[in-house]
Design a protein around this ligand. Sequence first.
Ligand SMILES: [Zn+2]
Length: 316
Amino acid sequence: MPLTVIVLGSSAGGGLPQWNCNCPQCAAARAGDPMVPPRSQSSIAVSADGERWLLCNASPDVRTQLAQTPALHPRALRHSPIAAVALTNADIDHATGLLILREGGAPPVYCTARTERALTDGLRVLPALASYGAVTVRRLTPGSADPEVIRDRAGEDIGVRLRTFTVASKPPPYMLPLLSAEEIADLHAGDTVGFELSSADGASRVVYVPGVLDLDASLHARLSSAALVLIDGTFFTDDEMIASGASQKTSRRMGHAPLTGAGGLLEFLQSVTGPRKALVHINNSNPALRADSPERRSIEAQGVALSIDGDTFVLG
Ligand SMILES: [Zn+2]
């Protein structure tokens, strides 16, 4: 059974343009420069039958993303093809879209224990949603031997399988006051995970990792056996935010392996030769957002694409 993947939002948190940013990319996107089209915040949708879809991350832009995607339009007076939502973490750009999906009660939510706790005690999205209808949370266990069978509200198998793996990560900033020093120090507690999605027969494998810091052998093996890799394109260089004066933090400090430099993602991807490779979660500071930039050319020359909102991949 083929799997269809639609990139709903290819940008990192803030989107392009970001509301308070006037960097070259945001300014160009705001001015309608065709070389820098606007991008919405990080999310993909996956389906095995074209009828029922798993939304991977629910961005604050989800309302517009669904409106712009015919496959995700309602087909009855009250209906949505979104059968369930799976979250890679509890970041604001990945989770607050759940609040937009409240009418009629939010779809079932697949997430790790750490993400469930963040959405319950930190952002309080889940308690808030519960007042609009019962929310079913289905717990994801990273590294589990059997893939999770994705089911809709009624418990019916939608033909999509999900394997979850941890990536080194910190809790979302709003959780820091609520966690012990020990909990914060545990970088593999499941605050952020990657997804390996497939059809029921295990074929058409997609690896979706919008945030990744450690580029290790196990990730390499996982990416190599996939048909499609949608991976962290947040920052082009490690010191991009510092150089532009936008922040004091490096890419790595923010939990993202930079694309370039020693130990960067592009270098790592060079020996991942099987799958199609495309970047997602691209921050507005990334100069490769400009279609005619040398940075974009250098990425594409290495066999890696920059995904854009609406990109659709059909994996046979
Ligand atoms: Zn900007």
